[in-house]
Ligand binder design. Structure first.
Ligand code: IPM
Ligand code: MN
Length: 356
């Protein structure tokens, strides 16, 4: 099994090295190869997704990804910005299914900004479509407005579109995930306004006939945002498009108190995947040794489960994370009075120790 390790920018290298340490402690013989991506790719090869990095990602069985981005690249042309690396990997590897779990560990109930009774026991899964929608739809750009009251002025434009096969395949992923959990699926759309999402709703409703054991409901995205902060435990699995999924998954992540705890998996049709923490590169704390490595370590656990067929090892890693939380170890983002504040490296070492 070959793993492409792409640390990226900001805190990426620090958190990735903790996850690599945990993988190495499992007693398996994974082949791991590291390559630069994002701003680091730009520095090394003049491109956020250098050819060699893409080639490595394509030939590996799984990709372990840190984070990309730094303010210092904000002035580069869009195709050279770090974010293009992750968008390019998603598109080139056909990673259309993004799984973003939001789980509140009982030990961290106090870390949420919501009342403990609203969030305790929270366990939801957002299934975000990742290679379509307004993120990738053509045409897009800046042009002279061809019609309407602003005709002749400059305008920026993007295109929202979803084909039937794209909607069907992500719906199947979501229904199957729901079957393995609480058997409830909420499809989030904006069918009251957008043609694309009326079509989305119709196709998801058709696919539902193949999953009679899953209870499907539909919710507009604005209402879904409200319900996520009002009564998040009412959700089991949420399926939605790329754009809405981007926004809702950040909101869902924060319910758990810290985005520093949440892993994610981006899968193709054959369970090859890219695994990354849900948080970004946090350049403000990069190099300080204080970033929380647990989201990345939990992403490695998802990789073991989904792409490397090592469910038992995934369970071991997840149990080790629970154990260090129970021991009271906390990085700054989840620190509370009465717990023990540790750095990135110490947290990684504690997880390794807890594996034994
Ligand atoms: C995410 C990020 C990316 C996205 C950015 C970095 C392109 O916000 O993974 O959620 O918008 O998908
Ligand atoms: Mn996002």
């Amino acid at each position: 099994m070959k793993i492409a390790v792409l640390p990226g920018d900001g805190i990426g290298p620090e958190i990735i090295s903790q996850a690599v340490k945990v993988l190495n402690a499992l007693g398996e013989s994974f082949e791991m190869e590291t390559a630069p991506v994002g701003g680091a790719g730009y520095e090394a090869h003049g491109h956020p997704l250098p050819e060699g990095t893409l080639k490595l990602a394509l030939e590996a069985d799984a990709v372990l990804f840190g984070a990309v981005g730094d303010w210092k690249y904000d002035t580069l042309d869009r195709p050279l910005r770090p974010e293009q690396a992750i968008l390019g990997l998603r598109k080139n590897l056909n990673l259309f299914a993004n799984l973003r779990p939001a789980i509140l560990y009982p030990e961290l109930a106090g870390a949420s900004t919501l009342k403990p009774e609203v969030v305790s026991g929270l366990d939801i899964l957002i299934v975000r479509e990742l290679t379509g929608d307004i993120y990738f739809g053509q045409p897009r750009g800046v042009r002279v407005c061809p019609d309407g009251p602003f005709m002749g002025s400059r305008e920026g434009f993007d295109t929202m579109r979803y084909s039937e096969p794209e909607i069907r395949r992500i719906a199947h992923v979501a229904f199957q995930a729901a079957q393995k959990r609480g058997k409830r699926l909420t499809s989030v759309d904006k069918a009251n306004v957008l043609e694309t999402f009326q079509f989305w709703k119709d196709i998801v409703t058709e696919v539902a006939k193949e999953y009679p054991d899953v209870a499907l409901d539909h919710m507009y995205v604005d209402n879904a945002a409200m319900q996520l902060v009002r009564a998040p435990k009412k959700f089991d699995v949420i399926v939605t498009g790329n754009m809405f999924g981007d926004i809702l998954s950040d909101a869902a992540a924060m319910l758990t108190g810290s985005i520093g705890m949440l892993p994610s998996a981006s899968l193709d049709a054959n369970n090859k995947g890219l695994y990354e923490p849900s948080h970004g590169s946090a350049p403000d704390i990069a190099g300080k040794g204080i970033a929380n490595p647990l989201a990345t370590i939990l992403s490695a656990a998802m990789m073991l489960r989904y792409s490397l067929n090592r469910a038992e090892q995934a369970d071991r890693v997840e149990a080790a994370v629970k154990k260090v939380l129970a021991q009271g170890l906390r990085t700054s983002d989840i620190y509370e009075e009465g717990t023990t504040r540790v750095g990135t490296e110490e947290m990684g070492n504690a997880v390794v120790k807890a594996l034994a």
